[in-house]
Design a protein. Structure first.
Length: 158
């Protein structure tokens, strides 16, 4: 017997199910369910964000960029804008578009958040902005010393 497709009637049900798939690294089912979510709720920014995130985790960066751009343009609050900008900038970076990644996330670099500091460190480093990269790394150490140390360790290995 084949697997059945889940169609939910509430946004919250989609978000919860996709979140479980992502948490369990089941990116293919997260992608399929996100596609359904976008079909049922095409004007919902979270649907496009979750589809973009699933695509990104499946390493389909060009498609992820398009969905992340839609989510970014639909975002209706500062917090949502920051989430979407973070994902969209990561897509740009994965596609080798370092300047676009840096330019998009720079206006949000004053926001306090581990992910933003990590990405701004990476983007600044890639753009040879050593002093700025150091500032982001210092802020990351204040926010989450363990995450900062892991980032440094990974950066040195790469």
């Amino acid at each position: 017997m084949g697997s059945r497709k889940m169609i939910f009637t509430k946004k919250e049900s989609y978000i919860k199910q996709i979140g479980l798939y992502l948490q369990n690294t089941d990116y293919q089912n997260a992608f399929a369910t996100s596609k359904d979510y976008v079909t049922v709720f095409p004007k919902e920014p979270s649907a496009h964000y979750l589809l973009a995130r699933s695509l990104f985790l499946l390493q389909k960066y060009a498609e992820a960029k398009n969905e992340a751009r839609l989510a970014f343009n639909m975002a209706d609050g500062k917090k949502d804008l920051v989430f979407c900008a973070t994902l969209l900038s990561a897509c740009y970076f994965a596609l080798g578009q370092k300047q676009q990644a840096y330019d998009l996330l720079s206006p949000y670099s004053t926001e306090s958040g581990t992910e933003i500091e990590k990405l701004m460190f990476l983007f600044s480093s890639a753009m040879d902005k050593v002093e700025e990269a150091s500032e982001h790394l210092e802020r990351l150490f204040v926010l989450d010393a363990k995450a900062a140390q892991e980032l440094v360790d990974n950066f040195i290995r790469s």
